[in-house]
Design a protein around this ligand. Structure first.
Ligand SMILES: Nc1ncnc2c1ncn2[C@@H]1O[C@H](COP(=O)(O)OP(=O)(O)OP(=O)(O)O)[C@@H](O)[C@H]1O
Ligand SMILES: [Mg+2]
Length: 346
């Protein structure tokens, strides 16, 4: 399902949207956030919301980010996909100057990093992969601390927190200590915390891990809506469906580099074609399918007990006959991911 489909679905998803953070202010009113007086490095639009050029980050012998080039245009959603250890979280941390690059250039909302990281960060909403809520504070207190930290003016804070609570569907748990919330509730609180000051840029590191399917879809609707209101979103994810539905652009990262990027539909067409044929059988049979397909220029991928032959719509009648009957399905982004990274997404 594309963005339109996600939007359609979003219409019946009320809980996160109703009276949420998005309703905190009239569109375009950014006075809630006290603006720092530092001028952006380049103020003339269109400045990409995020730009990384030749960025490298080492941790001892490990090169976590290895000459990364990435650009996120303002108002778009970029989905960062990659196997474990690809460098996604490190990239996110570089954008908030929680990690400092060894080489390369980074700008966020037109501000140079790390020099102007403080002002850049004031306009970013950050949802980290690892839960760093203050477990001794209540839900409301966690939000209030961030509202103050992000300089929401004192008279506005209560309303900002109330709306963030509504956004997270946690109004009734406002006084519950964070360590007494369920895993999914904590995740929702973490996300609402990142939105309490109406950021222009949202950095979401695996935002829907541990959420039940319904809440995940509610979050997708929220992200889609934020993006449609002009917020730029950079999101790392292991859920291919999440990237397919939400991201304008997907960047596939492995070993610290982006290996391909583009619109999900374009990447699917380019690397996997329109259709995939799945073949089941004993190991010998699967090897035979692989040999025939590869011999005729069709990439394959193993999916558990089956072999998937990509670009199946272009199989010649002769090759199709030799392969035998396979189950056809539309190609998807996971096919591209597995083909290019050699990894299976869990
Ligand atoms: N603070 C650190 N110290 C040492 N090594 C680190 C540190 N942070 C990350 N790394 C290493 O950098 C590499 C990239 O890690 P990163 O967390 O960026 O990957 P990721 O793509 O987010 O993976 P995942 O999908 O598992 O979250 C890994 O090899 C990791 O062990
Ligand atoms: Mg990570």
């Amino acid at each position: 399902m594309g963005q339109a489909g996600a939007r359609r679905k979003g219409r019946r998803l009320q809980r996160w949207d109703s009276g949420g953070v998005l309703g905190m202010l009239p569109p375009g009113d950014r006075t809630l956030l006290a603006r720092p007086s530092v001028e952006p490095a380049a103020a003339v639009p269109p400045v990409p919301a995020i730009s990384l050029r030749g960025v490298r980050k080492r941790f001892g012998a490990i090169v976590a980010v290895d000459g990364l080039d990435l650009e996120v245009p303002t108002g778009t959603c970029l989905g960062l996909l990659g196997p474990n250890g690809a460098g996604k979280s490190t990239t996110m941390r570089l954008l908030t100057a929680q990690a400092i690059a060894d080489e390369g250039e980074i700008s966020v909302l037109g501000y140079r990093l790390p020099e102007q990281s403080k002002v850049a960060r004031a306009e970013c909403g950050v949802v980290p992969q690892l839960d760093n809520l203050d477990v001794e504070l209540s839900t409301r207190q966690n939000l209030a601390v961030f509202a103050r930290l992000y300089r929401v003016p004192r008279p506005e804070r209560r309303a900002a927190v109330d709306r963030a609570l509504a956004l997270a569907g946690l109004t009734e748990r406002a006084d519950t200590r964070a360590d007494k919330l369920s895993g999914g509730m904590r995740r929702r609180l973490l996300i609402a915390r990142g939105l309490v000051h109406r950021p222009r840029l949202l950095l979401l590191d695996e935002p829907t891990v541990g959420l039940d399917p319904q809440v995940r879809q509610e979050l997708w609707a929220l992200i889609d809506r934020l993006r449609s209101e002009g917020v730029t979103v950079l999101m790392s994810t292991h859920y291919i469906e999440e990237a397919e539905r939400l991201a304008d652009t997907v960047a596939l990262m492995t070993a610290g580099k982006v290996i391909v990027s583009g619109r999900p539909t374009a990447l699917i067409l380019e690397y996997a074609g329109r259709e995939v044929a799945e073949y089941y059988g004993p190991p010998d049979r699967l090897m035979e399918v692989e040999t025939i397909a590869l011999g005729h220029g069709h990439p394959t991928r193993r999916t558990g007990p089956s072999v998937a032959v990509l670009n199946a719509e272009r199989l010649s009648p002769d090759t199709a006959e030799r392969l035998g009957a396979g189950a056809r399905r539309p190609a998807n982004l996971e096919d591209v991911f597995v083909l290019l990274t050699g990894e299976v997404i869990e």
